[in-house]
Design a protein around this ligand. Structure first.
Ligand code: ATP
Ligand code: MG
Length: 234
C-alpha cells in the first residue's frame, strides 16, 4: 500500500515560485494499475520522481507499506529506489551496447544476486514480456522501440519491486504496440500483485487502468473507474 500525504513540491524559477505538486494526497492498494493524465508541465513527472525517491518533496510524505520516506536517510532512500521501485521511461533508458538479457540482469547485479540466478531470472522475465527468444542476446540498439520497451519493463521487474513508475511508456510507440505494452502492464499488476502508476497523454491507455487521476495546476483529482477493480489472484 502506497500512501501519499499532502505532498508539495515547489521550484524557484527566476523570481517566481511554481508549485507543480500542490498538496497531493491519495492511496493505492497493492496490485492496483493507476494512471495519471494532465497537460504538459502539469507536474506528472515531478510527482513520479517524488514517489520513486528521485527527488525530495518540499513538504508532505510518501508512506510505503507503513514506512515513511520523509526523514529516511539518503542511503536508505537509495536502497528503497533500487529494491522497491521499477522505473520505465519514454526513452527506454537501456544500455545500447549490452544485450537484452544483460540489461535485465544489471539491477540484479546491483542487488547482489548470484550470476546463475540473475541469468535465469532475466530470461524468464524476457519470456514474460514476450520478447522473441532469438532476440534475448541481441544488443538493445538493434531492437525496435516496442521491443526495447519490453526489455525496459522486464528490467523494471528484475528486483520484484512493489511499485512500478512508468512515465509515458507508450509515448514513442505506435498505437498497436502501445496497446500491447499496456496489456502487459495490466497483466503484471494482476499476476505479480505489483502496483503500477503510469503517466500518459494517451486517453485510451488511461481508460484501461483501474484508477484514473488527473493532475491540473498541482492538484490531483480522481475520475470514475472504467475497468472493474479485480483483486489479484492468490
Ligand atoms: N528541477 C526543476 N527545476 C525547476 N523547475 C522544474 C524542475 N523540474 C520540473 N520543473 C517545472 O515544473 C513543472 C512541471 O514539470 P513536469 O516535468 O513535472 O511536468 P509534466 O507534467 O511531466 O510535463 P510533460 O507532460 O511535458 O512531461 C514545469 O513547469 C517544469 O518546468
Ligand atoms: Mg513529464
Amino acid at each position: 500500500m502506497i500512501e501519499v500525504k499532502n505532498l508539495v513540491r515547489t521550484f524557484n524559477s527566476g523570481d517566481r515560485t511554481i508549485k507543480p505538486v500542490n498538496d497531493v494526497s491519495f492511496e493505492l492498494e497493492q496490485g492496483t494499475l493507476a494512471s495519471i493524465v494532465g497537460k504538459s508541465g502539469s507536474g506528472k513527472s515531478t510527482l513520479l520522481s517524488l514517489l520513486g525517491a528521485l527527488d525530495k518533496p518540499t513538504s508532505g510524505d510518501v508512506v510505503v507499506n507503513g514506512v515513511s520516506l520523509a526523514g529516511m536517510p539518503d542511503a536508505k532512500l537509495t536502497e528503497y529506489r533500487r529494491r522497491d521501485i521499477g522505473f520505465v521511461f519514454q526513452q527506454f533508458n537501456l544500455i545500447p551496447n549490452l544485450s537484452a538479457v544483460d540489461n535485465v540482469m544489471l539491477p540484479m547485479e546491483f542487488a547482489g544476486i548470484r550470476k546463475a540466478v540473475r541469468l535465469q531470472r532475466a530470461k524468464d522475465l524476457l519470456v514474460q514480456v514476450q520478447l522473441d527468444p532469438e532476440k534475448h542476446d541481441r544488443r538493445t540498439n538493434r531492437l525496435s522501440g516496442g521491443e526495447q520497451q519490453r526489455v525496459a519493463i522486464a528490467r523494471a521487474l528484475a528486483n520484484e519491486p512493489q511499485l512500478i513508475l512508468a512515465d509515458e511508456p507508450t509515448g514513442n510507440l505506435d498505437e498497436q504496440t502501445g496497446d500491447h505494452i499496456i496489456e502487459l502492464l495490466s497483466s503484471l499488476s494482476r499476476n505479480h500483485n505489483t502496483t503500477i502508476l503510469v503517466v500518459t497523454h494517451d486517453r485510451a491507455l488511461a481508460n484501461k487502468t483501474d484508477r484514473r487521476f488527473r493532475l491540473q495546476q498541482g492538484k490531483l483529482t480522481e475520475e470514475p473507474a472504467s475497468r472493474p477493480v479485480v483483486a489479484a489472484s492468490a
